[in-house]
Design a protein around this ligand. Structure first.
Ligand code: HEC
Length: 150
């Protein structure tokens, strides 16, 4: 009798767990089918700070382009270049999926490229085009990933 009760209880828990997972997944898929990257609150903060840096750079780049101030463009782009990645701890890097890193790394490199070209060529048209290409990374990554704190 006791073992029968335990079996029944285990079975009920299994069903409840499965139902919860189906409902939970269903909701996630309905509202948001981006892949969730699980981080600590601190790690998420590091990434989001970097993101706000990206946005700040882009705002200043666009303003610089409009004013034909390629010095300002180069300075703003440099701030989001590879140098900006040096503060990211290895433990956080290891938690990021390959697809995320394959979009993130090139984004920083392209900011450095943008800075270089702005200085060397001083061509608003070319740098504007490059900015458009660079920003495809923002769009692609945002369509694929979200950060959750666990
Ligand atoms: C490698 C992936 C990746 C790339 C590339 C990327 N982002 Fe993000 N960004 C994210 C993720 C993931 C979030 C968090 C989304 C969420 O959890 O809903 C985010 C959030 C943000 C936020 C919100 C910050 C906050 O404080 O909440 C801004 C602004 C942002 N990104 C700007 C940019 C800009 C501008 C670019 C391009 C220059 C860019 N990002 C490129 C992945 C990326």
């Amino acid at each position: 009798m006791t073992s029968y009760r335990i079996t029944l209880l285990a079975l009920l828990m299994l069903i409840a767990g499965a139902a919860y997972m189906i409902i939970d997944r269903g909701q996630a898929a309905a509202s948001d089918d981006r892949m969730a990257i699980e981080l600590t609150a601190e790690e998420r903060n590091i990434i989001l700070t970097e993101m706000r840096g990206f946005l700040d750079s882009i705002q200043k780049i666009v303003q610089g382009l409009a004013a034909n101030d390629m010095n300002a463009v180069a300075k703003a782009a440099e701030r989001s270049g590879m140098a900006a990645t040096h503060d990211i701890p290895g433990s956080l890097m290891r938690k990021l999926p390959m697809g995320f890193k394959e979009l993130g790394g090139p984004t920083h490199k392209q900011f450095d490229g943008l800075a270089r070209e702005a200085t060397e060529l001083g061509d608003v048209q070319i740098t504007t085009e490059k900015l458009g290409v660079l920003m495809q990374n923002c769009v692609a990554c945002h369509a694929s990933y979200r950060l959750v704190v666990r």
